[in-house]
Write a protein that binds this ligand. Structure first.
Ligand code: ADP
Length: 265
């Protein structure tokens, strides 16, 4: 696309020349379209929980609900949806901080085992509540250079997803494997699950903001659709890559490859 087309007449050493100035605004148009898309997405994402909170609150206020169980069920939906809204806003602000470059990453020597232990302390109780067992196989003394809190956030997102989408599968094993090892000059982290899996045509979209295979299921699981976008950002900020393999209905493996700092035997 072109805007501001200008034709100028210049006289150079008594020769007349014409200068045509064109401004290519293709990029600007793209950025503008992305911004509009993003605003539409965010509004929709915020409106969904609000609509449900409003609906249930209205019913509770207007109807004379005799049945205590129904009252509690409605209240718990309101509680969950408002908690999800808070998470959504926090994730949005975090993503904005990351993408604008405002978030600073420290560069410490971080042992992967420590990251895994930290994450396990948070996730283990939630997993056992959902009858999902997590097997940890982590080699000791593998160091990467980076930000401990951000690495925890990265792994927490992956393990949290593994638990959520394994729990969501009604039948079959409910197991997760968490592995860390050194390979050549890389530190590898893998999270493998026996969950619902991801259909092949969704694989390439999975790291996009707000992309979900099944919106209703993600919402029910408390998801915001931003976890993997944030995760990928953190991985890349550490000079690494993230990839996945998945079989629909069987399970998923997320693999993170980070530059290896050192290994202590
Ligand atoms: P959400 O908050 O919805 O979990 P994410 O960005 O973390 O958002 O993930 C995006 C989508 O990718 C999810 O909605 C889900 O459809 C899919 N997904 C992510 N991890 C897994 C997994 N381990 N197993 C199956 N599907 C997954």
């Amino acid at each position: 696309s072109v805007r501001n087309c200008k034709i100028m007449r210049v006289t150079l050493k008594s020769e007349v020349r014409y200068l045509i100035l064109l401004r290519d605004i293709t990029k600007e148009k793209e950025v503008e379209a992305m911004r509009r898309d993003f605003v539409a997405n965010v509004s929709h994402e915020l409106r969904t929980p609000l609509t449900s909170i409003h609906g249930y609150a209205e019913t509770l206020a207007e109807d004379d609900l005799e049945d205590k169980e129904t009252v509690y069920r409605f209240l718990s939906i309101i509680e969950n949806e408002s908690a999800r809204m808070t998470r959504l806003i926090n994730d949005l602000l975090d993503l904005e901080k990351l993408e604008s470059g405002e978030a600073s990453f420290s560069k410490e020597d971080v042992e992967l085992g420590e990251v895994v232990n930290y994450v396990m302390r948070i996730v283990e109780p939630l997993a056992s509540e959902k009858n999902v067992s997590i097997n940890v196989d982590v080699d000791e003394g593998i160091f990467v250079e980076g930000d401990f809190d951000r690495l925890v956030q990265l792994l927490l997102n992956l393990v949290d997803n593994a638990v959520k989408y394994t729990f969501a599968k009604e039948h079959g094993p409910k197991e997760i494997w968490l592995r860390a090892y050194a390979q050549n000059n890389s530190a590898m982290i893998e999270v493998e699950d026996t969950g619902v899996g991801i259909p092949e045509d969704s694989l390439k979209h999975i790291f996009e903001r707000f992309y979900r295979v099944d919106k209703a299921r993600s919402r029910k699981m408390g998801g915001t659709g931003l976890g993997l976008a944030i995760t990928r950002f953190i991985v890349e900020k550490h000079g690494g890559t993230i990839s996945l393999e998945s079989e629909y209905g069987t399970g998923t493996i997320l693999k993170v490859k980070l530059p290896l700092k050192k290994v202590f035997e």
